[in-house]
Design a protein around this ligand. Sequence first.
Ligand code: AMP
Length: 551
Amino acid sequence: MKYSELTEIYEKLGKTSKRLAKTELLSEFLKKVHGDETEEVVLLLQGRVFPAWDEREIGVASQLMAKAIAIASGIELAAVQKEWKKTGDLGDASENLLKHKRQHTLAHSDLTVKKVFDNLRKLAAESGSGSVDRKLQLIAELLTSAGGSEAKYITRTILGELRVGIGEGALRDAIVWANFMKVKDATVAKAAKRGLSGLSSVRMVPGKPVKVMLALKAETAAEALETCGRPAAAEFKYDGFRLEITKDENGNIGLYTRRLENVLEQFPDVAEYVRKHVKGKSFILDAEAVGYDRKTGKYLPFQKISQRIKRKYDIQKTAEELPVEVNVFDVLAYNGKNLINEPFKKRRELLHKIIQSAKRKIRPAESIVTDKEEEIEKFFEEARAAGNEGLMVKNLDAPYKPGARVGHMLKFKKTAENLDLAIIGAEWGEGKRSSWLSSYDLACRKGSELLEIGKASTGLKEKKEEGLSFEEMTKLLKPLITEEHGRHVKVKPKVVIEVGYEEIQKSPSYSSGYALRFPRVVRNRTDEKGVHDINTLQEVERLYRQQKKSS
Ligand code: AMP
């Protein structure tokens, strides 16, 4: 495939901020991709040449990139820098400088996706003496045969700033849609072709997750029912962690987190519950595990139970101290039968048949079926009183769609919602906190642009045993620093955190036009959410209006 075909899709994707439109564009595009190029294309679409779990990096700083542009365009470095300053973006600068400098007379260059991908991968492998020159050569080789738009995207990809706004979710949806599907070879694509059993085999490969079904939000009970149809199922929305439970024909149990790490070893208690209380030869269940306090019986915050996920020793003891309750809310396959295309009511019915409820161990998620708003409201209050976040409202006729954020499953939470925001800067602390980045600049997004909305410095712990610590945060952020000015640093936006607050206020101090009152860091969500998944300015505005209404 020509690289220009890829840049065309980047351009189109950059022009829409609608997730659905993006997914459609991508899925159409993916159908055209040839089997043996799928991996390259899927990675380049995400602005990378290595998968997320691979630690290799392209490792080219902007100054070196500017030099390569100078070489390829035959222009003085100073002129490149001037254009860079003028446009504020090295990608745009390279487009402007290279569009007139084409050495080819063809309308489109012959640069292929493979060539771009190979050269970028070679960049990552370069180190040691002479590597700077070799890197320059590898980049210049691409740029001299690139058109303007191609140069722009090559530059951005090298710098890790593609910014066309393709979230992992949209991409996976597109892969699944394009599936059943013309694409070959990429692991997910290939597996999706084989239907659910294929997808579940992908699930088994750590680091290559297939996203579980995600939910949209509803503001009111009426809206929830309208979207999901009447009657709908309402379930407690447990605030724990997603667990996919599998059992194969040989009786082997698998337990996978949302990131698809296998946590079987860490949760022998859960495996035991599954063995004892779920009937069936083989199955895939979708569930939420919540930790609770043995003494008070109350649910525990995710932070506490997350210790169990990482635990490598004293597993039995930790299981005793931090018990979890597993609430199963879906069944995707049963005794060799793929159920994702069955209506939810059937899956739900089966679920209740096969799980023998065991108090505080495993059970079907608490749920009702109703067509009345008042009942949803009442059930919501029950859910809250029992220490849950709110409700999930689900369409009874809907199939299970892996990776889809679809209108047949809605979150219903009435309280001021926490925001998921990206960290774009930070400040070194003072006194005993001086070795930690202890205050974080937060941003929401508008399309792919990040807008500041405040700073948070509370919610983190000084000791790591107590939860998310300053030290842990510093470790995450330090490698992302791009600029330092005194105690303040700018960081590459990669870390996503959930932020709680008292109120959203209008504020001229931040580029979003809003500020958060008493912001506090609730948890690190980087493993689950990318920068493209953070809350948008539009959502902030909606919450602001809502809060005014209710005050
Ligand atoms: P959120 O992460 O806020 O977008 O909400 C979706 C998450 O809620 C899912 O990924 C599950 O981990 C969790 N969840 C809790 N209870 C349920 C339920 N009854 N049905 C579906 N998801 C649930």
